[in-house]
Design a binder for this molecule. Structure first.
Ligand SMILES: *[C@@H]1O[C@H](CO)[C@@H](O)[C@H](O)[C@H]1NC(C)=O
Ligand SMILES: *[C@@H]1O[C@H](CO)[C@@H](O)[C@H](O)[C@H]1NC(C)=O
Ligand SMILES: *[C@@H]1O[C@H](CO)[C@@H](O)[C@H](O)[C@H]1NC(C)=O
Length: 293
């Protein structure tokens, strides 16, 4: 058995980058797909993707930033993403994220399709020692992108994105129709799973569609959260929905319960989209994305 495992490990290490991208985002970042129920786990600076049957199917190499030694110079954050997000730092390793839930209604489709991709989601965010995010796990409402991976309609999926340009792991499930109609009510959850190891495990899924794609990701350090918009390839207002988009009943719980927080709000400098906290705090918050003028 041990020999077989070594043999398997040897074979696998030769094909460590087993998945080939199914496509690229408008800015050229690779998109990989894995089966629903896949798990991704940190090993050193790599993140390893395991299929539901336990086989290693892909390794994202060196996507976890190195630990910063004390006194070394902080790197300036590399900002290549177009985000309008509500964020809150969670820094206490004894009081970690237990769940982040939110609900929304699928908005009207943009009137202009230019292969843009719009992601609307609550995210688990992993950051380096300087607080610069390098990975996001999300249950996402997505508009646009390629004919293989989305199109001029809304879809739901679970995804893991590595920043700034490490690529995206998305779920492909031939048995699930992930296109969602305008007006559909959706609830998503990101939930901590205690597996008795020293990894911070989170599952992303859809409470309104339990059979929808699921993805579980483990991190070596405690995570924080972000809720909002990420886009690529939007060049004009009509490439966004006409109306604002609201994340309602947004609830954040930590080990010690609901924390007292006020969301930090950012805007997307490239398109003017921004987010407001119409109801602030960690219980039943309402966060609205405004897509500019
Ligand atoms: C495990 O799942 C992967 C991904 O679906 C598949 O490629 C592989 O053949 C499976 N392995 C076994 C032993 O079933
Ligand atoms: C969030 O969703 C999970 C999964 O449905 C649920 O177990 C949990 O109670 C929810 N938390 C809150 C604060 O609503
Ligand atoms: C998938 O769902 C969408 C939205 O409900 C629907 O319009 C479409 O016909 C469905 N596709 C298939 C192949 O069932």
């Amino acid at each position: 058995m041990f020999f077989l495992r070594c043999l398997l490990a040897a074979l696998v290490s030769h094909t460590a980058l087993a998945l080939t991208p199914v496509g690229h985002t408008p800015s050229g970042k690779p998109i990989y797909v894995a089966p629903s129920g896949s798990r991704v786990k940190p090993v050193g600076r790599n993140m390893e993707v395991f299929a539901p049957n336990g086989s290693l199917i892909h390794t994202f190499v060196n996507v976890i930033p190195p630990t910063v030694t004390k006194g070394s110079h902080a790197l300036a954050p590399r900002q290549t993403l177009s985000l309008a997000q509500a964020t809150t730092p969670l820094t206490d390793p004894t009081n970690i994220l237990e769940s982040l839930n939110t609900s929304y209604t699928v908005p009207s489709a943009p009137t202009n399709f230019e292969s843009q991709v719009i992601y609307l989601s609550a995210n688990v965010v992993a950051s380096d020692d300087n607080g610069v995010p390098f990975g996001m796990l999300r249950a996402v409402l997505q508009y646009g992108a390629t004919s293989f991976w989305g199109g001029p309609y809304w879809t739901i999926n679970t995804e893991l994105e590595f920043l700034p340009d490490g690529g995206t792991l998305s779920i492909s499930d031939p048995n699930f129709n992930n296109t969602v109609a305008v007006g559909t009510a959706i609830s998503t959850s990101l939930v901590h799973m205690d597996e008795g190891d020293d990894i911070f495990w989170y599952a992303a899924g859809f409470d309104t569609a339990p059979e929808a794609p699921r993805l579980e990701v483990g991190w070596s350090t405690p995570v924080s959260v972000a809720v909002g918009l990420e886009e690529e390839g939007v060049t004009q207002r009509s490439s966004y929905p006409a109306e604002s988009f609201t994340f309602s009943q947004t609830s954040l719980t930590l080990t010690n319960g609901a924390p007292k927080i006020s969301w930090d709000l950012s805007s997307d400098p490239s398109t003017g989209a921004y987010i407001t906290a119409d109801v602030d705090g960690s219980e039943n918050a309402e966060l609205s994305v405004h897509f500019g003028n």
